[in-house]
Design a protein around this ligand. Structure first.
Ligand code: AMP
Ligand code: MG
Length: 344
């Protein structure tokens, strides 16, 4: 199969893209979070092809992308008032809601669950494609399973060339990490994955919010978890990632003596001067966590090379967007974290 690139500016792009979805094909779609690998979410065969193209385990459910909040009642039931409040406040945007699924949502899409994850992306063209297709688009991130998520059409082409019909090139993603996921099917709203909508923003609407343990720690592959995707290795380049905490200076003191020819440092722009230029890559500015979110996956992809053995990474702390960045980086590191202050 020849994968074609459809430019966002193309007069015909939305119509051609919608046609691919309607015919059961696979389409790379731009969203504000990361690029999605989309198919008709109501078509079991099309959905199966998503799992195959990504090499994604079949117990890892997909997110259903809709063109607006009015679509949600078609696919979900028993929707609590909190869901309407969140949709009202944050849609279109990087927030996914987990709600009870109606029977018209194939269990292939939900990986056998009776709940479905649903979101309205903040990308005009992608919402137009969903509208024209007349069906919701099921889409996980458009990377090979286990690899960093794609934040440009080039990343999608790298992972999916020849496996999918087309990619809509909408330029780099403005958020850069996947959506926040909130489960509204329990007694209390539960954060399953941090993302562009921060816990602080959610608490301002919901009052209380439980943070699922999969967000804060490693989950063994045998455990039953609420967000099945959280238990798999994620975002991993081929080398080992080690997070070094502490101040910039203490981290450099830890890293520099250990930094071999095949090792690299993934740091903040503010810290580039501490390391040999050929060994260090900055993924954004520590003082502006939004830049870290936008740059993280591209940097991990750049460092994904068989020649690189160890990647010493600097990881932001604190709430807001930094919380989502730290979650992805800790997963990439398999929660391997050393404290530069204590271990020099
Ligand atoms: P991705 O789009 O690749 O980030 O994958 C979608 C994520 O949404 C996965 O991590 C899933 O675990 C999560 N997810 C999808 N559907 C559900 C659901 N019904 N309940 C809980 N988590 C879900
Ligand atoms: Mg993913």
């Amino acid at each position: 199969m020849k994968t074609i690139l459809l430019p966002a500016s193309g007069a015909d792009t939305a119509r051609r893209a919608a046609e691919i979805i309607r015919q059961g094909g696979l389409l790379g779609i731009p969203t504000e979070t990361v690029y999605g690998l989309g198919a008709n979410g109501l078509d079991e065969n099309a959905v199966l092809n998503i799992f195959e193209a990504k090499g994604r385990p079949q117990d890892n459910p997909l997110i259903l992308h809709v063109s607006g909040p009015e679509q949600v009642e078609r696919f979900c039931h028993s929707i609590p008032p909190a869901a309407y409040e969140l949709m009202d406040r944050f849609w279109p945007g990087p927030l996914t809601l987990v709600l009870p699924a109606r029977d018209n949502v194939p269990r292939r899409t939900t990986a056998g669950l009776d709940t479905v994850a649903i979101r309205c992306p903040d990308n005009d063209l992608t919402r137009e494609i969903i509208r024209l297709a007349g069906v919701p688009i099921a889409a996980p991130s458009a990377n090979i399973s286990g690899k960093p998520s794609p934040t440009t059409a080039g990343h999608v082409l790298h992972d999916m060339d020849g496996k999918i019909e087309a990619i809509v090139d909408g330029g780099p993603c403005s958020v850069g990490v996947e959506s926040t996921i909130v489960d509204l099917t329990g007694e209390m709203p539960r954060l399953l994955r941090p993302g562009g909508i921060t816990p602080e923003q959610l608490r301002a609407v919901l009052g209380e919010l439980i943070v699922d343990k999969a967000v804060v720690g490693e989950v063994s592959p045998h455990e039953v978890v609420r967000a099945p995707g959280m238990k798999y290795t994620h975002y991993t380049p081929s080398g080992e990632v080690i997070i070094v905490t502490g101040t910039g200076i203490s981290a450099a003191r830890y890293i520099l003596p250990r930094l071999g020819d095949h090792d690299r440092v993934l740091c903040y722009e503010e810290e580039l001067g501490l390391y040999p230029p050929e060994k260090a890559l900055a993924y954004g500015r520590e003082q502006e966590p939004e830049t870290l979110a936008r740059g993280l996956f591209a940097a991990l992809r750049q460092l994904d090379s068989a020649e690189i053995q160890t990647i010493y990474a600097r990881c932001p702390s604190g709430g807001g967007t930094a919380y989502a960045v730290a979650n992805r980086l800790k997963k990439a590191a398999g929660f391997h974290i050393v404290n530069g202050e204590e271990e020099t």
